[in-house]
Design a protein around this ligand. Structure first.
Ligand code: AP5
Length: 213
């Protein structure tokens, strides 16, 4: 199965993708995670991406398209994949079509997770992530058993640099201006399914798997 998860920052794409990996045994490909890894390594890509990510702006299309093209060639994508946070512009969606055409592949579903801006702000300001294994938490909605310590690996939890209120507002504007049109692109292909992203994480997951089935 080849899936795209789209939705505003904090809508739960990463959270749902992790649960989909367990259910369908296909990899999650998150351009945000790949870029954050490059920032951590201090690679030329990471240095270029950091200032844009810290402002809440998008990294240039050609950079992320190149990342996706390489990643989709890896053997673990043979049985399908979950694209999380890509495509984020219509130009990226068109480039993805060309890449998949060359590989004789097609997207099965785009799941569009909808959450209002007020809830997104609460989710993002309370998000914490494990430095070691990347598991996500929320200080109120999904807290770790021990404050600031990962349940899975005892790693320290951190707050993302772009989860500050001003940057979140810029990211939401970028989403509404540049990413929302991607949903229309897939609606025209009859591949878009809308998911209500409000409610408990498990309830949203039931809606996600219901839409896939
Ligand atoms: P990226 O990492 O993709 O960030 P994003 O799209 O802004 O999404 P988030 O990771 O913030 O949120 P999410 O929807 O995954 O929510 P999560 O599950 O964590 O991108 C970061 C940056 O990289 C971009 O700004 C851009 O600069 C660059 N970039 C990335 N891809 C790019 C591309 N294709 N093109 C150009 N630039 C690109 O959940 C959030 C919180 O809510 C967590 O704490 C979670 O526990 C909690 N939560 C989840 N679900 C629920 C629920 N149902 N109820 C209550 N709490 C919940």
């Amino acid at each position: 199965m080849k899936l795209i998860l789209v939705g505003p920052p904090g809508s739960g794409k990463g959270t749902q993708a992790k649960m989909l990996i367990d259910k369908y045994s296909i990899p999650q490909i998150s351009t945000g995670d790949i870029l954050r890894e490059a920032v951590k390594e201090g690679s030329p890509l990471g240095k270029k991406a950091k200032s844009l990510m810290d402002k809440g702006s998008l990294v240039p299309d050609e950079v992320v398209v190149g990342i996706i093209e390489e990643r989709l060639k890896k053997p673990d994508c043979k049985g399908g994949f979950i694209l999380d946070g890509f495509p984020r512009t219509v130009a990226q969606a068109e480039a993805l079509d060309k890449i998949l055409d060359k590989m004789n592949l097609e997207i099965d579903h785009l799941l569009n997770i909808e959450v209002d801006d007020g809830e997104l702000l609460k989710r993002l300001t309370g998000r914490r992530t494990c430095k070691n294994c990347g598991r996500g938490y929320h200080i109120i909605f999904d807290p770790p058993a021990k404050e600031n310590v990962c349940n899975e690996c005892n790693g320290d939890l951190y707050q993302r640099d772009d989860d500050k209120e001003d940057t979140i507002k810029s990211r939401l504007k970028v989403y509404h201006d540049q990413t929302a049109p991607v949903v229309d692109f897939y609606k025209k292909k009859n591949l878009s399914r809308t998911i209500d992203g409000l409610g408990k994480i498990d309830e949203v997951f039931t809606r996600v798997t219901g839409a896939i089935n």
